[in-house]
Design a protein around this ligand. Structure first.
Ligand SMILES: [Zn+2]
Length: 327
């Protein structure tokens, strides 16, 4: 029995349920991809695809814990890359919400944040809707829940500056504001994923009770300890920064600086793994994207470069992803 099936059974699915879902899903699977597991739940029938790696005898069960879904073609790109479940971190128009509750093609599970909540005036306009007051946040969370969101996404800081080394652009919520959002989300039965960079903001988000830290650039040992204490996941999205730094508009000396920042990010991934902080694979790809399969491979390679064994990375891609997505 493969890893994901085992983890699903641990999560309480009956073998009979699984067998039924596998049989049904295999019939509709695309060529080259077969479904390795599934479970009936309140969301409808969930299926997972696996594919046998050409170089390995071990099945790969892949989950992407951080993408942005713009259309159904985006989910097809994910399925073609052998990814069986995605967590959509939001788009301004909430396109991913159309694919929750069994609406996704190709036996793929889509947990969607709909659109992100960001602080008016700060970073986040590309993927979210601004909030200014607690009342705004409460309303947005209720609206997202009603629309089928499976997670709440917040922009808890700005992004890594590609102009000034060592800085983060403006944006984010205070620790108290985050705690309020986490509490409001919990009242709707939802957890929170936080886009957050910088030691202070990461620590504040972890203490506020977010389910996962997304990106987490400028992670430190102290911040990792806060994650470990809070039991928060870390989705380090290494490739997102690497790809952003490739742009022609980024100055050569800045590219060198980002290279060093990525090295330090990889070192913190290794430390996180050693400290038992649950990690997840997230490409931060905006889908559709013809380069998606390569981006997923590349993200797994970064974890190996960080010093994790291939088997540990596959487990992160599959079991940790399933746990983080609540599958
Ligand atoms: Zn993102």
């Amino acid at each position: 029995m493969d890893l994901l099936l085992r983890s699903l059974l641990t999560l309480g699915a009956s073998e009979k349920d699984l067998a039924k879902v596998i049989a049904a899903a295999n019939q509709s699977a695309e060529s080259g991809i077969e479904v390795c597991g599934g479970v009936s739940s309140g969301h409808g029938t969930l299926g997972y695809v696996k594919r046998m790696s050409e170089s390995q005898s071990m099945p790969e069960c892949r989950i992407d814990s951080h993408v942005h879904i713009r259309s159904e073609d985006g989910l097809r790109d994910a399925a073609r890359a052998g990814v069986g479940a995605v967590r959509d971190a939001g788009t301004r128009d909430g396109a991913g919400l159309a694919f929750t509750s069994g609406g996704a093609p190709a036996a793929l599970v889509c947990i969607s944040a709909g659109w992100a909540l960001f602080k008016q005036g700060g970073y986040g306009g590309a993927f979210g809707v601004p909030v200014t007051t607690g009342k705004d946040a409460k309303q947005a969370i209720q609206q997202l829940k009603a629309a089928g969101a499976g997670i709440i996404k917040v922009m808890a800081s700005g992004m890594v500056s590609l102009k000034t080394p060592g800085t983060i652009t403006a944006g984010g919520f205070t620790g108290d504001e985050l705690a309020f959002i986490v509490d409001e989300a919990a009242q709707q039965g939802l957890a929170v994923m936080a886009h957050v960079n910088g030691e202070q903001a990461i620590v504040a988000a972890a203490r506020a009770g977010v389910r996962s830290i997304e990106h987490g650039f400028f992670m430190t040992r102290l911040a990792l300890d806060a994650l470990a204490k809070a039991g928060a996941f870390w989705t380090p999205t290494v490739g997102a920064l690497a790809r952003a730094a490739e742009a022609g508009s980024v100055a050569p000396e800045m590219k060198v600086y980002i290279g060093g920042l990525i090295d330090s990010h990889l070192d913190l991934i290794r430390q996180a793994s050693e400290a038992g902080v649950p990690l997840a694979i997230g490409t931060d790809s905006v889908l559709p994207d013809a380069g998606y399969a390569a981006a997923y491979e590349s993200e797994m390679s970064y974890f190996e470069q960080a010093g994790l064994a291939r088997e540990a990375v596959l487990q992160i891609a599959c079991e940790n992803g399933a746990r983080l997505l609540g599958l």
